[in-house]
Design a protein around this ligand. Structure first.
Ligand SMILES: C[S@@+](CC[C@H](N)C(=O)[O-])C[C@H]1O[C@@H](n2cnc3c(N)ncnc32)[C@H](O)[C@@H]1O
Length: 266
């Protein structure tokens, strides 16, 4: 797993699509259908456009999309995969520049697998910008701290604990919320007059997602080793056990996420 690498994003996209909380997607559709003007979405941290691909066929056909990311290569890949469309524009922008976020006329900001990277301070400033514009928020696939495997290993708990500690380190926005992202967003949005719905969106990865399970396990090793609590040779043994369990024992795993939809009611 190489963070925001396009191959990693492509590998996880089918699992993300399967996991998304359907009631929230339906509620987003109903909200946009009820809008008087043309629905306009801003997808932040868009990567290669997976949120667009997951939602666009469900939402009103006249919905306009701006896809925003700071990585020009991911934006280029998003443009290549989506193709030419009058309804979609790409925008290179660093989210840390919140004042210049293009929110004018935006009905709902969308994001997937983003807010667990963000700090409490960033989220608080971000929701204040949203509220100024009365824009809604659909924030999907925030990692919630749960990783469970069908074939247990004695170090699983310690590995997950180290991984979750790493999730709270700075990922470019200050100390990250990691597993607290959805709860923090909810508690920031409700006092600003938002009606907030949340739903679970766990990955259930079985033998048919072997490649994703393997990349996920390889991606866990580096952050856990950086935390430095688990002995290096124990961590290597854990990884070897886990990789063998995926290939030889058809082991499965659950990786927890949660989704949030917030709509301004006053
Ligand atoms: C985990 S990826 C998720 C991508 C996509 N939403 C998806 O679900 O496949 C996080 C995305 O956030 C983007 N990102 C991270 N920090 C950013 C920043 N400061 N400004 C804009 N985009 C950022 C990355 O480039 C990456 O595309």
């Amino acid at each position: 797993m190489s963070g925001f690498d396009k191959d990693w994003l492509a590998l996880r996209e089918p699992a993300d699509r399967q996991a998304r909380a359907k009631p929230l997607m339906d509620a987003l559709r109903r909200h946009l259908v009820a809008e008087t003007g043309t629905p306009s979405l801003l997808d932040i941290g868009c990567g290669t456009g997976s949120t667009y691909r997951a939602l666009s066929s469900l939402l009103p056909a006249n919905t306009r999309w701006q896809l925003l990311d700071y990585d020009p290569q991911l934006l280029q890949e998003a443009a290549r995969r989506i193709g030419t469309s009058d309804m979609v524009t790409m925008r290179q922008h660093d989210l840390n520049d919140l004042a210049a976020l293009p929110l004018d006329g935006v009905s709902v900001v969308t994001a997937s697998a983003l807010f667990d990277l963000c700090s409490a301070d960033f989220c608080s400033r971000f929701v204040n910008r949203l509220a100024e514009q009365a824009a809604g928020l659909y924030a999907a696939l925030n990692y919630d701290g749960v990783m469970q495997w069908s074939v247990p290993h004695p170090l699983d708990g310690a590995v997950v604990e180290s991984f979750n500690r790493h999730q709270r380190l700075d990922k470019g926005f200050g100390p990250a919320l990691g597993p607290d992202a959805t709860g923090h967003l909810r508690h920031s949005l409700e006092p600003l007059g938002y009606r907030v719905m949340t739903g679970e969106s766990p990955w259930h990865l079985g033998p048919e997602q072997q490649a994703l399970q393997v990349e996920l396990l390889r991606g866990i090793e580096k952050p856990v080793s950086e935390i430095g609590v688990i002995d290096a040779s124990d961590l290597k043994s854990w990884l070897a056990f886990r990789l063998a369990a995926v290939t030889a024992q058809n082991s499965s795993c659950v990786i927890g996420h949660s989704d949030l939809l917030a709509i301004r009611t006053r």
